[in-house]
Write a protein that binds this ligand. Sequence first.
Ligand code: TTP
Ligand code: MG
Ligand code: MG
Length: 431
Amino acid sequence: MQTISSSFFIPREGDEFNKLYKRVRIMPLYSFPHLKDMNLRLKSHVNRFFVHIDFDAFFAQVEQRDNPKLRGKAVSVGGTGGSRGIVMTASYEARARGVETGMSVVEARRLCPELISLPCYGPKYESIMANLQNMLKDYVPEECIEQYSIDECFIDLTPVAKNFFEAVSIAKNIKANLKRLENLTASMGISYNKTFAKLATKLMKPNGLTVITRDNEDKIHSMPVTKLWGVGRRNGVRMQVNGINTIGDLSKAPFGLLRKEFGINGIVFGRLARGEDTSEIFRKEKKEKSLNHFHTLSEPLYKSEDVKKEIRRIGEFICRKMRFKELVAGYVYLALRFEDLTYTSGSMKLSQYTNDDREIYNASMEIFRHMRKPSMMLQGRQFGMGVFDLHLDTHTVNLNLFEKTSSLPFTAMDKLKAKFGEDVIRVGIES
Ligand code: TTP
Ligand code: MG
Ligand code: MG
């Protein structure tokens, strides 16, 4: 996939602002490991290597990068660029003056009169994370990368690192590459589980890199318990009442007490504090793992020509469904049931995730070439076609806009089809 520099985006202000503001995802995609995410059967959870990356003063750092006049100054992002609004983040210079996330810009100005308040430009920040995700694919398979929030991700280095020494050298390489690619700094935490990696990142900011092994866990244990993900302010207060102030205290608390006070979450908190987070990389996938369409043919098929037409018709229908749901597929399959109820089918891995009519058609025709064909003597009675290994299309949608090869105007066609029916317009697939 092509990588575009995020500085490509030109900030827009005024009326556009509200729209852009809404596009920034503030909530994490995923909160914290649940009991169901823990692989409780995993016996050895110590020989794993996770890296957590979190950009430093993310939105503010990006704005300072793109406008040299803002460097070294107290800058906040959020609000309308004037005095209204809330501080989403502040540069380290502004933080030194007491400006914090969540303050109103008015309040922040009171603490720091020279504060420069800037509007937030969501698509730019999102594209930086997309570029980082893309870059990480040079280090590990995609399944080992988890985007956790707009400025954070986890990487499971277990398949590529034999020990902490190797994990650290890969992490350093990623850091240097990120600086080169985006000219931004991020802090990193490395540990044998995701929870400790995430906590480790907080230990050294900005531009830090902290390694937590079994031998220096006391660094994590001395952190306040409220730093643990999932322990909010309310839980934090209840823990303090029970004498649990640090993560170390939590790691020593009896499970009976934790269960009584916090229910099943208490057990999870206890395990996380003990370094027993056995959760894996979590990938955001849509529930629908497949989309398919089967139907009994009104007229039995026997000519390859007719099968071809059917493939095209159903393929377009499935692709339109995928585009509507913003999904892309990794596999396509085809099935044909004959009059004698025997059955032939085949599937194929697509060369890249797609919802493009032409690619699905070409792949399906390739499958068909290897399938048993209907004939006059044994006609096809039921036709089925489907796609699976579905993923959300976010990256492709954003980045394809900048690719040189023009894509077909599928969205416009989809609208026409929805209005006038499937046959109104057809792509010249067999070019
Ligand atoms: P954070 O990683 O929490 O903060 P940060 O990157 O600004 O600073 P740090 O160096 O401490 O990591 O959040 C990432 C971005 O998300 C942040 O730049 C602004 C945005 N954000 C919000 O819009 N609202 C919020 O409540 C928080 C916490 C962050
Ligand atoms: Mg950050
Ligand atoms: Mg963050």
